[in-house]
Ligand binder design. Structure first.
Ligand code: PHB
Length: 388
């Protein structure tokens, strides 16, 4: 039996000049919502991968790279978990990737741990995810990482009283806590803290509570997409701008993909974030061009497309480093300390935490030509997830 296996390997090597495993594709399971209220998350990720593959092809380490797309219909952690199990057991994937929403990433982390499969997070941003398995790494952001800089910026700019509005789940609680900690430590005061449901939020009563608290500004974290549009609509309709209340937020609120349709009420909104489509660099120009060519009619890419582009690049690097022979432990060692020349600016995977270290920019919504953009005007370099 052993001899027969050996002979097969030798025969495979003779025929192709490569070891037999090289005939098989490397498989990457992409788990994200592709339908339902967060369908855009999966689409952005898949389109970001296509942009990368347009520039770098579909082979790495001498092997074909196959992406197996799985729709969680999310947020549904149980479905994400079942899909991850299927990908590991039946499809025998080499990597798990994607993960738009924190609850889905948390549901899959134990499977990555048990199967020793690298799990590369393209978005899910609650701080704790990377602590749930030694096989998790993240190339996107964490909520404390992007919420702390805007608290510092607000204090420096004379804002002393703030109401907070966050989605009522782990990333929202992270954002609320991180903002409050930095803001109150610097002498600011949180006069109202509102949490809105993740599913089908009805913003009107929450926005009224903010108005009644009469803060100088409202700090907002809502998951990217339609919720930001609905919040800004309510903000406008209830006259908060007229009452002199400013909007400061994480950049999820003015996500590049929805910003062009958000209207002039967003002009002047200040956000902190790791990526803006307006980021001025050759790397970003290359990315935007490849994204447009690979995905005609898809519109403007957002931070999830960028994270997928960087994340698939990180996976290609690992495959190349390992000569196409994937082993979970060796793959994780290869991710640690990796530097990526991202469209957002240079990023590093912290070898100690496997989490992303990056510049966080302060941006203002402005018209560039005839279109709304998040224009960067200040930055905080080398920001780690605070507390790690
Ligand atoms: C998350 O669930 O972790 C999440 C979703 C959307 C965002 C940010 C974080 O915009």
């Amino acid at each position: 039996m052993r001899r027969r296996v050996l002979l097969t390997v030798v025969a495979g090597t003779l025929m192709t000049g490569l070891p037999a495993f090289a005939d098989e594709p490397i498989k990457i399971g992409l788990i994200a919502p592709f339908s339902g209220p967060f369908a855009d998350y999966g689409k952005q990720m898949e389109d970001g991968i296509k942009a990368y593959q347009r520039l770098h092809g579909t082979t790495a380490g001498g092997r074909q790279v196959q992406i197996i797309v799985k729709d969680t219909t999310g947020p549904v952690p149980d479905v994400a978990k079942r899909l991850a199990q299927e990908l590991v057991v039946r499809d025998k994937v080499d990597f798990l990737a994607g993960f738009g929403l924190t609850p889905e990433a948390l549901a899959v982390a134990p499977i990555a741990q048990q199967a020793k499969k690298p799990m590369v997070i393209f978005n899910a941003a609650s701080s704790s995810i990377t602590t749930k398995s030694d096989y998790v790494t993240r190339v996107s952001m964490t909520l404390p990482q992007i919420s702390t800089p805007i608290a510092s910026w607000a204090l420096k700019n004379g804002i002393k009283q703030v109401a907070t509005v966050v989605a009522d789940y782990a990333p929202g609680i992270d954002a609320e806590n991180a903002f409050k900690q930095t803001f109150t430590a610097g002498g600011g005061q949180v006069v109202e803290a509102v949490r809105v449901p993740l599913r089908n939020p009805e913003f009107a009563p929450f926005i009224q509570r903010v108005k009644d608290a009469k803060p100088q500004a409202v700090f907002v974290f809502l998951p990217a997409g339609e919720q930001g549009v609905a919040f800004m609509k309510g903000f406008r309709e209830r006259g908060l701008a007229q009452a002199g209340i400013k909007v400061i937020a994480t950049g999820d609120l003015t996500d590049d993909h929805v910003l062009p349709a958000m209207g002039d009420a967003t002009l002047g909104v200040i956000t902190s974030f790791h990526y803006s489509a307006a980021h001025d660099s050759p790397q970003n120009k290359t990315f935007l061009k490849a994204f447009a060519e690979a995905n005609p009619g898809a519109g403007r890419p957002n931070f999830m497309a960028v994270a997928a582009y960087d994340g698939i690049g990180a996976i290609y690097n690992v495959i190349n480093k390992l000569g196409g022979k994937i082993d979970g432990e060796k793959a994780m060692a290869a991710f640690k300390g990796m530097k990526i020349d991202s469209p957002r600016g240079p990023i590093t995977i912290d070898p100690a935490t496997r989490d992303v270290v990056q510049t966080v920019y302060i941006r203002k919504v402005e018209k560039v030509g005839n279109e709304l953009y998040n224009v960067e005007f200040d930055k905080f370099a080398d920001v780690k997830d605070p507390g790690k």
